[in-house]
Design a binder for this molecule. Structure first.
Ligand code: ADP
Length: 272
C-alpha cells in the first residue's frame, strides 16, 4: 500500500495485492468525503472538541453536509456535545455514523462502548488503528466537510493519527497562556513534517465578560506570546458559560451563538 493511489483497475500490483479488498471498501465508504480538516490542541482542556463541534455546526448552517470524526479516543466528548447517547448501527459490515439533530454525522468510540463512562486503556498504535477504521469502515455518504477532533498533544498518538487520515489542513486551538508559543511551534513542526498546511489558530477563553458591568476579564492574564505566533488567529472565543452549559446538556447545535460562523464561512469558502 506504500504508493497506493487506490486505483486497483490500473495498478500493476493489483493481482498479488493483499489490501485490494480493503482499498475497495475504503474507496466505497469515503469517496463522498470532499474535505477533511483536523482540529489540534496542544494540550487537553483547551476547547478542541467544542471548536470541532462549532465548526461543524456553523458549516452546516451554511447548507453544507458536515461530519465529525472523534479521534480523541481516550476522551471522546463529541457525542455528548451533540446529545447522542445511542449505539452506532452497522450495515453490511460497515458502521453507520449517527446523525445528530442538526444533520451532522458523528462517529466516536463512545458510540461503541457499552457505557459511555467506560475508560479506554489503549496505546498509540491501537488508537490510530481504531481511527483508521472509523475512516474506512464507516459509511459516511456525502460529506462536504469532515472535522476531526484529534487526540490532544503533539506526541506519538496524534502523529500516528495524522498519518492515517487524508487531512487537508489543521487548525490549532489554544488558550492564551505562555505555553502557547511552544505548543504552536510543535504543532507547526508536526504538520510540516507531514506536508499538512496549518490553516490558523483559534484562541479560546481569552476573556470572560462580566455579567454585571460588561467588562472583559482576561482569564489567563495578558500574556502576549500568542500574538507573536506566526499563525493567523482566525477567531477569539470568550469563555461563555452558555457554551459550557450547552456542551453539558448536548444542545450546542441549537444554541444561537456567533462563534466560528465567520471562520467556517472563510474556511469552507476558501477550500471549495
Ligand atoms: P478539549 O477537547 O481541548 O479537551 P473541550 O472542548 O472538551 O476541550 O472543553 C473542555 C471543557 O471546557 C468543556 O466542558 C467545555 O464545555 C468547556 N469550554 C471550552 N471552551 C469554552 C468556552 N469558550 N466557554 C465555556 N466553556 C468552554
Amino acid at each position: 500500500m506504500a504508493d497506493c493511489n487506490q486505483q486497483c483497475s490500473s495498478c500493476s500490483s493489483a493481482e498479488e495485492c493483499q489490501d485490494k479488498e480493503k482499498v475497495a471498501r475504503t474507496v466505497r465508504n469515503t469517496s463522498g468525503i470532499k474535505h477533511v480538516i483536523g482540529i489540534v490542541g496542544g494540550k487537553g482542556g483547551v476547547g478542541k472538541s467544542i471548536v470541532t463541534s462549532l465548526l461543524a455546526i456553523q458549516a452546516r448552517k451554511l447548507g453544507l453536509e458536515t461530519a465529525v470524526l472523534d479521534a480523541d479516543i481516550t476522551g471522546p466528548s463529541i457525542p455528548k456535545i451533540f446529545g447522542i447517547h445511542a449505539y452506532a448501527q452497522t450495515e453490511d459490515e460497515s458502521l453507520l455514523p449517527h446523525v445528530a439533530q442538526n444533520g451532522t454525522k458523528v462517529m466516536s468510540l463512545n458510540l461503541l462502548l457499552e457505557h459511555e463512562t467506560d475508560p479506554v486503556f489503549w496505546r498509540g498504535p491501537v488508537i490510530s488503528g481504531v481511527v483508521k477504521q472509523f475512516w474506512e469502515d464507516t459509511r459516511w455518504g456525502n460529506v462536504d466537510y469532515m472535522f476531526v477532533d484529534m487526540p490532544p498533544g503533539t506526541g506519538d498518538v496524534p502523529l500516528t493519527v495524522f498519518q492515517s487520515l487524508p487531512l487537508e489542513g489543521i487548525l490549532v486551538v489554544s488558550t492564551p497562556q505562555s505555553l502557547v508559543s511552544m505548543i504552536v511551534e510543535k504543532a507547526i513542526n508536526m504538520a510540516t513534517k507531514m506536508d499538512i498546511p496549518v490553516l490558523g489558530m483559534i484562541e479560546n477563553m481569552r476573556y470572560l465578560v462580566c455579567p454585571d458591568c460588561g467588562k472583559e476579564i482576561p482569564l489567563f492574564g495578558t500574556d502576549d506570546s500568542i500574538d507573536a505566533t506566526p499563525l493567523p488567529v482566525l477567531e477569539r472565543i470568550p469563555l461563555d458559560p452558555k457554551l459550557a452549559a450547552a456542551c453539558d446538556t448536548g444542545t450546542l447545535a441549537t444554541l444561537d451563538v456567533p462563534y466560528l460562523a465567520q471562520t467556517a464561512k472563510a474556511l469552507c469558502g476558501k477550500m471549495q
